[in-house]
Unconditional design. Sequence first.
Length: 216
Amino acid sequence: MLICKYSRRENAAFVPHLDTLRAVTMAIRRIGANAQYSEGFNPHMKIFFGQPLPVGTESDCEYFCAHVSDEPHDFMARMNESLPSGLRITAAAYTENDPNVAKLMYAAAYTVTMRAPTPTLSLASAFLQQERCTIAFCAKGEEKQKDVKELILSMQAENEQTLSLKLRCGNVNLRADRLMASLRERYGWGGYDIRKTNMYDCTGQDLDILLFGSGK
């Protein structure tokens, strides 16, 4: 079994999760990897992905676990020749059992890049200092409001164009796109791009170290 880390950049960020899953499984078939399938009338490739990424959000740290017996580096190289533009495997390693990334992940780091200098970006820190950090968003066609103060682990403007976020994810989750959409409405900010840059477990350990060791 292989655990793989992959990035989702540029146009691939606008591909829904299920279509990303299909793109990866089709690439595995195209390269002729020795993959295992479930039994029964309609067998499926044994492959497990982490939590879905919102459409429009780029990421450098997505993961999947596939029941294939290929050599990791060879598998990674052949997959990168077959995957669509914007999807790229950046690490692969053997694992005895599915590490269950969805259960391990506790927090995610994001970089938000404003498309123009935004002098009021420092207001993000002031927002976090409030007693309640209430955001508004739409879910399943319904307008909702939620206090997300406990879900924002850190939020800081690095300069007038870059905002660094660290948010809860996993069983308890705050979507960066929902937070940014609410802040944009509140402070009148312009356009921006969001990229997930890292993921951590509940102790603050980098998931890459847990899954691949320090020498990935």
